[in-house]
Ligand binder design. Structure first.
Ligand code: UTP
Length: 408
């Protein structure tokens, strides 16, 4: 793209300021800036005009789950089926580690967080240790795909190398990098983070499968015979990965996807709830629920919209391949975005100052014909580290880890 073409692209959208420092750049930086402008998807800016949270929902209805009790009864049967599949190499795991963890405010990948107290215990290390338990049981290595972003790929891969993959078989770990999207101010002006660098951020966790495919890893998946992928987040330190009972239950139910859920701690807990939307599985966010939905209960006093998702899903690869090209809704999310001010100095704001654009893995659920809602015990499987203090923090996760007998 030439300077003139870039200007032509930016002007109608009122974004010419991206070229403000063009003349000061060296030839390499100029080329790089023009390429960034060439890649920009300006249609995203329309979403800012529409406002946040404007994605429309269809008709919502409650959806039950396979409960803890039911799972207890059929545990052996499920586990056997799951372990067979795992032993045959049919289940892979996908670690979503492309996020920036802005709420935690680390200057390195979240997985590098030391959750130990008397010893070093990194988030990545604990997750690998959880996965290794299943490797042992299944007596087979489980392919692990790790999604990073442009911002943290180098640090993440170096950290794994440095720590000898925390005892995992290196040949079974595959990194891939997700795509980026521009970050904008509240009035839709694209931020710059350097004179020749547009401010971008990872485009959400919803694009994980197309990024994986884009990195050429679908061939690897077929070569290895992987038929199912268990997607999970980097920050739930009690996460059970490639859980044979969950995998077996999803397969036995004949579903194309499964989601681990926990019973809500109370009506007002801020979690996405698995339900039905126009007869198909879907996740409704807490802020999209009406008061009536939040408080209605069944005849046993159980909340009708009771099962919150914990970002642990199992998807059939064949179905993922079919839906890969379908459009996913884009969410606009308020975040703290570093930017250069009028003096071209880099500012790292303390408070949110604009929007990022993200697609979300939870929206994939609505693209599935069915989904097994699989209840798990919160105190055993859900200890996310999202915030610096308080709810879902390092402190609360450490407490839960201790309760589960993990030495810190
Ligand atoms: P979160 O929604 O908690 O986002 O991610 P985050 O970026 O980690 O943290 P905040 O909101 O800025 O504080 C849930 C999971 O999805 C991954 C994260 O790494 C985490 O495992 N994720 C998120 C990605 O892989 N890519 C993204 O673009 C966003």
């Amino acid at each position: 793209m030439t300077y003139e073409e870039a200007l032509q692209k930016l002007s109608p959208a009122g974004q010419e300021h991206l070229l403000q420092y063009y003349d000061e750049l060296d030839p390499r930086q100029k080329d790089s800036l023009l390429a960034q402008i060439g890649d920009l998807d300006l249609s995203l800016l329309d979403l800012v005009k529409k406002g946040a949270g404007e994605i429309e929902k269809g008709k919502l209805e409650p959806m039950g789950a396979v409960t803890l009790e039911e799972i207890r009864e059929k545990r052996e049967q499920y586990e056997k089926r799951g372990l067979e599949a795992l032993h045959a190499g049919k289940v892979g795991a996908v670690l979503l580690a492309g996020g920036q963890g802005t709420r935690l405010g680390l200057d390195k990948p979240k997985g590098m967080l030391n959750v130990g107290v008397h010893k070093e215990l990194y988030l990545f290390e604990q997750l690998i240790s959880n996965l290794l338990e299943v490797v042992k049981k299944a007596d087979a290595w489980i392919p692990l795909f790790v999604m990073t972003s442009e911002k943290n790929n180098e640090d993440t891969t170096a950290f794994f190398e440095e720590h000898d993959f925390f005892g995992y078989q290196k040949e079974y770990v595959f990194f891939f990098v997700q795509e980026m999207a521009p970050s904008v101010s509240y009035d839709g002006r694209i931020y710059m983070e350097g004179k020749g660098k547009i401010s971008t951020s990872p485009n959400g966790n919803g694009g994980w499968f197309s990024s994986l495919a884009g990195a050429g890893l679908l061939d690897k998946i077929h070569e290895l015979g992987v038929e199912w992928l268990n997607v999970f987040s980097v920050d739930n330190v009690l996460q059970k990965i490639a859980d044979p009972v969950f995998a077996g239950a999803t397969m036995e139910a004949g579903c194309v996807c499964g989601s681990k859920v926990v019973a809500k701690a109370g009506p007002n807990e801020k979690v996405g709830v698995l339900c039905l939307e126009d007869g198909r599985p879907a996740i409704v966010e807490y802020y999209e629920m009406t008061d009536e939905m939040i408080h209605s209960r069944d005849e046993n006093g159980r909340l009708l919209y009771n099962y919150g998702v914990i970002l642990n899903y199992l998807f059939e690869v064949e179905t993922l391949t079919k839906i890969m090209k379908e459009n996913m809704p884009t969410h606009i999310v308020e975040k703290k975005i570093p930017y250069i001010n009028e003096q071209a100095e880099l500012v790292r704001p303390e408070e949110p100052n604009g929007y990022k654009f993200e697609t979300l893995v939870l929206d994939m659920i609505h693209m599935m014909d069915n989904c097994l809602s699989f209840e798990v015990e919160r105190s055993r499987e859900f200890a996310p580290i999202k915030n610096r203090t308080g709810v879902d923090s390092l402190e609360s996760a450490r407490e839960l880890m201790r309760e589960n007998g993990i030495e810190l």
